[in-house]
Design a protein. Structure first.
Length: 37
């Protein structure tokens, strides 16, 4: 996921709120996989 990698790189130059958004981006796909099961 190139877009996810770019978010992780950008978060270093942003506030803690951006870190939280990045965490959501990382976690949401896991929930989507669980729903598919």
């Amino acid at each position: 996921m190139v877009w996810a990698s770019s978010l992780q790189i950008q978060k270093h130059g942003h506030s803690g709120d951006f870190n939280f958004i990045t965490l959501l981006v990382d976690i949401l796909p896991l929930y989507a996989i669980n729903l598919d099961d």
